[in-house]
Design a protein around this ligand. Sequence first.
Ligand code: GCO
Length: 483
Amino acid sequence: NNLSAFPSNFLFGTASSAYQYEGGYLADGKGLNNWDVYSHKPGNLIVDGSNADIAVDHYHRYLEDIDLMHSLGVNSYRFSISWARILPKGRFGEINEAGIKFYNNLIDGLLLKGIEPFVTLTHIDFPQELEDRYGSWLSPESQEDFAYFADICFKSFGDRVKYWVTFNEPDFQVKYGYRLGTFPPSRCSRPFGNCTYGDSEKEPFIAAHNIILAHIAAVHVYRTKYQESQRASIGIVLHCMWYEPISNSVADKLAAERAQSFSINWFLEPIIYGRYPREMQNILGSILPEFTTSEKQKLNQGLDFIGVNHYTSFYVKDCMFSACEPGSGTSKTEGFWAQSSQKNGIPIGEPTELSWLNVYPQGMDKIVTYLKHKYHNIPMIITENGYGDVIKADSTIDELLHDEKRIDFMDRHLDALSTAIKKGANVKGYFAWSLLDNFEWNSGYTVRFGLHHVDHKTLMRRPKMSATWYKNLIAEHRKCKGP
Ligand code: GCO
């Protein structure tokens, strides 16, 4: 196998997020966040009517979960901090000391077992108090709040944390929260389903602009106040699909590049190079906010690594030079391209039970190699990769535990990753999404990504076959690379 391609200090871990895992949604002084409120709102778009009030109760069962990780042999754990657990009222109220204590305990418990904490400051959740006060990411006030929150986290946990992520998938967050309205705050600038709320097509760009500046503000706090004593790396995580041009035509190749520009480069180019992608500027004109001179000075080299969440790939066809049926990506504000998981009726990779997930491992090599070239081989970490089962009325526990398809998926994606590394990509780690089955946003508990099965009634955890497979892989890597 290709395990020897992964360096000896490579991070092998599992990933999670606060809202999807913790539960304890009212425990010990935690404030409500936007997902707590959204999931209780009648008419929300969570398919099974569920919420994550309890989720997998990681808040109370984190010690058991650390034991599970320890038995996998992982050397790192990616989790996120619940902002409203630390600051129920943002910078307008007190710090919730019980929240600080929880993450201190979690971090100490991990380190005791030789597991590096890999910490995301916010994974999609936002304190409701601030949403109500000024409309979350649509207001520049959010930048100040985020920097304040980040400062508290660096101060409280930074003596033990060597990897920080500011945001998780802001590309998806603004698309779902401010364009399609399927995530809170449920605003849509393009009519979708029965969502017709939202002021203008500019909103996703304003939200993204504030997120970029909030990222920069947090990085600035870290570098000026903590870098010297704490010496962590800090990055941002994007949802990185691979977009394969559907033909060799120049138009389709340009369209695939536009698809990247209007999703990941939208965030990465400003943060790394201090400007929005040229394609976005050309197409959007005044719809795209501008950075002021003083903001521009702070942009540039604004991260130490790129976090890559990679699951799947799509074919992309041009809609700028030729007409397309309206759909995802086709409008001007999305960059005039259309995606499809098939070409002439043949899928890009084996379809799965999830409509958006086709198995195309080459996509892992391609996206990593793309980022390597585009961003001068800045360090990359695969912050998520995984396979989801859709629960049906007749799914049996036995089937769910015998998850050969998940093993095959991860195995082939790691193999493709090793190919990219052998060609020189600077990849430092891989996190499987996810340690446990958990709350899958709009899909509630109907989709399961865990290496461990969770019985959502008893909350009992049980290793799936993939857990044993991952454990063996990590052990083998350790053997071939030495301790
Ligand atoms: C993210 C992802 C995760 C999902 C995973 C499976 O935002 O990082 O949405 O939270 O659970 O990608 O779909």
